[in-house]
Design a protein around this ligand. Sequence first.
Ligand SMILES: [Cu+2]
Length: 65
Amino acid sequence: MRVGQVVNWHNLDAIEHTATLDGTFDSGKIAAFSAHDNAVTMGKAGTFTYHCTIHPGMVGTIVVQ
Ligand SMILES: [Cu+2]
């Protein structure tokens, strides 16, 4: 994605999760089959890793160019 674009978090699973970017953003618990209210504007380039605080093995990466 490009600098300045927005990430919206949607939980498509049947249990709650979080979207947590260390030092940047924490959605808190996102209920099953719902979206988080607070979108995140990715304001700078880089590779950002995120995880679920409930299930630490759930990880992902956002690449901002
Ligand atoms: Cu989770």
